[in-house]
Design a protein around this ligand. Structure first.
Ligand code: ADP
Ligand code: MG
Length: 722
């Protein structure tokens, strides 16, 4: 043991070995391939087929694939089947697994254990228990809507997302992906509005398909979330109260190397990290989450995991599981995973790119097709999407608003807070031609040919290159919504995206009817949405000015963004598409504002702890010992011994200046907190900048105080993993 816990942590972190993980072995003692373990802990359609009587299975399939309602007798049969399966696999408990408005997941476990009439113990699980269960809803946020109506809520299985078994050290639990609603049917969670928005976009897309002369067929929104995260060694984490409390370093001077060399992105993955990733993947495979890619990200210590996309509600569940597994497995590898949008200042933040599209059973509607007819449909859906973003860009911005994400959006490293769409060169030419093109032939199919859309499939994918500065980029056959924060539940941004696109599609369908021509309708949509198309550098200052001229919103901070939820047009949009009632919108607004205030106040608390209990005392002591030393030198000087006290005085001076500044900023923070009170706008305007000033002074001291006494692990130590 050295005298410094920090140096001990450095030693510990640098001498750890990659953790050998337990592979699942086959009969022959060799590790099973992924295909053999994939989904082994999910009650998938395959398992259901095996466990359920044929007619029941057919009706369940209809629920899962076509969204048909779940009848009681089917629920009973499924409940019986899943109970057998869960017991065979060693489960003792079940839980409805749901996504309250807090943003995380929640669960309440119940044992299968019940007692028969004769008093003997048996395991029981019925359709009624599967369809709904009653958690005590009172401690989940509702934003006030619950007091207006009904105090109790229930959770109900979402049959389109498979049940799964979660394994923990001493047992297994059957988890039932569920929606959470009040008894009066109000959504109390993130899943219910998502499911409603999927219905809305399905309805609107089917109407459009019909108007275009295509067959009506179910359309689903798809979602694949690329998840970025940081890893830090647990030994460092334990010495950083800010990481423990706020998941983010509220102080810390930039490391000398940082990401300036750009050598981390796609670089060699450190062995310990690779072992962790493999462990995470194995856990995810068991849960049927198709983890596909892993790589280093831009910042040191930053990584990414992306699964293969699924129907949006399953995609959301998968993302929740990914975050849960990342957290759980990290501990076993002596890491802590940081899912916060901005764990380290001056280092890239983390996002969650939401890849999104619309498809029928067999076709991606955002995929340029082979025939002019398919391509007309493609242009229609694409222009309808743009129209939605044009009209509701502010709402889209609001859907990603959080205190954590405020450090990222517009911070010259992440998409700006201005919502625009990147289409790529080829599509831009086509859209420009549509916008201006009075010369296009009346015949839509002919026009599509002339526009050159039929050449798209071959070139579009490579051509829709990497404009990383766009918040919403078309990437060949899907949109990538990049403004989403890394720790956010993607359900809400996806709900908003589905809803605004549903509106775009609905408008387009109406125009087809009124104009009597699909092409004219598309042109109208292209014209109206023209301002939202932007191909240039989204990080540049010029774009901020230009966007303003184009009339686009630039809502830099969360409270301003959240105000969008109070606009009449937004409230009406949600009501028109049966996604949220006005009361539900109001409830969500209240919860989000409250969350913002809480997040800011947690960070302020963390900052106070770190400054008052660690940085100030250590810095004062260090200054005192400098002063002692100087005193001794001056004594010598007085005795006529020639010593140069210049360096000591200079150091003492700069340290004193920094201490004075820290003390000033620290008092100013208290004043700002008191003045802002419970007002989110004031919090953003006063408290957040005041905290920034405290941080700046603390970081200056980090560069002055003797390294061996500095208590907090430094960026240069935490960020580079071996
Ligand atoms: P890129 O490298 O351009 O980001 P990838 O093909 O690696 O593209 O895909 C990134 C993510 O997008 C993955 O999660 C992938 O499953 C998802 N994705 C691909 N196609 C679709 C789609 N049609 N709908 C939703 N997500 C998709
Ligand atoms: Mg991508």
């Amino acid at each position: 043991m050295s005298a410094s816990p920090r140096f001990d942590a450095v030693h510990t972190a640098n001498t750890r070995k990659p953790r050998q993980i337990e592979r699942i072995l086959g009969q022959d003692g060799r590790p099973l391939p992924v295909s053999a373990i994939f989904g082994m802990n999910t009650f998938s359609l395959d398992v259901m087929e095996e466990k359920l009587p044929r007619p029941v299975f057919k009706r369940v399939t209809a629920c899962v694939k076509e969204g048909a309602p779940l009848e009681t007798d089917v629920a009973d049969a499924v409940a019986h089947g899943v109970k057998e399966w869960a017991l065979e696999n060693g489960c003792s408990h079940f839980t409805h697994w749901f996504q309250p408005m807090t943003g995380g997941t929640a669960e309440k476990h119940d044992a299968f254990l019940t007692f028969a009439r004769d008093g003997s113990a048996i395991e029981r699980f019925t359709g009624a228990m599967l369809i709904q269960s009653e958690p005590d809803a009172s401690s989940f946020p509702s934003g006030g809507s619950r007091t207006t109506f009904e105090a109790r809520g229930y959770t109900a299985w979402d049959p389109s997302s498979p049940m799964f078994i979660r394994e923990t050290a001493n047992g297994k639990t059957l988890c039932i992906p569920s929606a959470f609603v009040s008894y009066t049917g109000e959504a109390l969670d993130k899943k219910t509005p998502l499911l409603r928005s999927m219905q809305a976009v399905d309805n609107a897309a089917q109407d459009l398909l019909e108007a275009l002369g295509h067959e009506r067929t179910r359309v689903t929104a798809s979602l694949g979330c690329e998840q970025e995260y940081f890893l830090v060694d647990r030994a460092y984490w334990a010495l950083r109260p800010d990481l423990a409390i706020a998941d983010r370093t509220v102080v810390g001077a930039a490391p000398p190397k940082g990401q300036s060399l750009d050598d981390h992105y796609f670089g060699h993955i450190a062995p310990r990290v690779q072992a962790y990733m493999q462990d995470v993947e194995q856990e995810l495979y068991k849960l049927g989450v198709p983890a596909k890619t892993r790589h280093n990200e831009v910042a040191p210590g930053q990584f990414e995991l992306a699964p293969v996309f699924r129907e949006a509600n399953v995609g959301v569940d998968h993302n929740q599981l990914i975050m849960e597994v990342l957290r759980r497995v990290a501990i076993e590898h002596d890491f802590k995973v940081l899912l916060h949008e901005k764990p380290f200042a001056n280092i890239n933040g983390s996002g969650k790119h939401n890849n999104w599209s619309l498809s029928t059973m067999g076709e991606n509607l955002l995929e340029p097709g082979k025939t002019p007819n398919q391509n007309l449909r493609f242009l229609a859906v694409l222009s309808a999407t743009l129209l939605g973003v044009q009209r509701y860009g502010g709402l889209l911005r609001a859907s990603v608003a959080s205190h954590g994400n405020d450090f990222r959006l517009g911070a010259n490293e992440a998409p700006p807070a201005i919502m625009s769409v990147f289409l790529g060169e080829m599509l831009t030419q086509i859209f420009d031609a549509l916008e201006q093109g009075d010369v296009l032939p009346e015949n839509a199919e002919q026009a599509v040919l002339e526009l050159g859309v039929d050449n798209l499939p071959t070139v579009a994918k490579d051509n829709t290159d990497r404009n990383r500065t766009s918040p919403m980029a078309f990437t060949g056959n899907k949109f990538e919504f990049r403004a989403v924060g890394s720790q956010q539940n993607p359900a809400w941004p996806c709900t908003v995206l589905n809803t605004i696109v549903a509106e775009g599609l609905k408008q387009l369908t109406a125009w087809i009817a009124s104009e009597g021509s699909a092409l004219k309708a598309i042109k109208k949509a292209v014209r109206e949405s023209s301002p939202v198309r932007f191909e240039g550098d989204g990080y540049s200052e010029e774009w901020v000015t230009e966007a303003l001229n184009r009339g686009l919103l630039n809502l830099r901070k969360t409270p301003a963004a959240l105000d969008q939820l109070r606009r009449d047009t937004v409230i009406k949009l949600f009501a028109d598409h049966d996604v949220l009632t006005p009361i539900e919108v109001e409830g969500r607004y209240n919860v989000l504002v409250e969350q913002y205030l809480t997040q800011v106040s947690i960070e302020v608390d963390a900052l106070k702890i770190v400054v008052d209990e660690m940085i100030l005392p250590v810095s004062l002591a260090d200054r005192a010992s400098l002063a002692d030393g100087l005193g001794k030198l001056l004594d010598l000087k007085a005795k006529g011994i020639p010593v140069d006290t210049g360096p000591d005085v200079a150091r003492l001076k700069s340290m004193s200046a920094s201490l004075t500044e820290l003390t000033r900023a620290r008092s100013a923070l208290d004043v700002a907190v008191a003045e802002a009170g419970h007002d989110a706008h004031a919090c953003a305007a006063k408290v957040v900048p005041a905290a920034g000033e405290v941080r700046a002074a603390a970081d200056a001291l980090e560069g002055l105080v003797t390294d061996s006494v500095w208590p907090l692990p430094k960026y240069r130590e935490m960020l580079f993993l071996v």
